[in-house]
Design a protein around this ligand. Sequence first.
Ligand code: URA
Length: 236
Amino acid sequence: MPEPADRVAELQGYHDREVAPCTRCALHRTRTQVVVGSGALDADLMFVGEAPGYHEDQQGIPFVGQSGQLLTTLLEGIGLTRDQVFVANVLKCRPPGNRDPAPAEIRSCEPHLFRQVSLIRPRMVCTLGNFATKLLSGRPDGISRVHGHELPIEVGGHRLLLYPLFHPAAALYTRAMLSTLEADFARIPELLGGAAPASASAGPAAATPVPVPVEAAPPPPAPPVAPPADEQLGLF
Ligand code: URA
């Protein structure tokens, strides 16, 4: 396994050569720019959202709009800054009109996210909302069922703790969801302390890693806290 500094250099090169100029799907025709991700390239903690919105597409930085402000506030609440974590999305380009990511777009873009995870090697990845949670867990369970339930997974030979959370945009709509998100967020420091940092296997990470659950999932939690108020957003 390359040294951390080598992995940072490799990821920077990957971002510059493969992600920033990406034309793997048709979203490259409508985007202003690719939103690669932001933060520490060797972070212990990573957040994965859905896709850039208007402001992210304009600025080239993930989570800079209203939901980004909430994410920043929640991070500050557990003593962290945006610079100390890495923030990315399932899709690196904005879907026109902020529509849901299409399955084919997710398939085209997922190698970028898997490569980011396998080079950053975070101890824990918090998925924000349904799209990131389903992609990285490899399971169909919706976020209303699995939020707050950590799941060990493996990406590219790297073991980490997956921790699904409601998307901050959903919490902006519903007070109860905000309380749930805050409560789930409050467990991050404790979970991060116990998250396994070790390699799951020797040897280099696969070029296109696939997430593999390495332990049985916890029993399904109680019914959703709030009813799916806006299915169209795909956030619940
Ligand atoms: N919502 C997301 O999922 N990602 C962003 O970057 C902004 C809003």
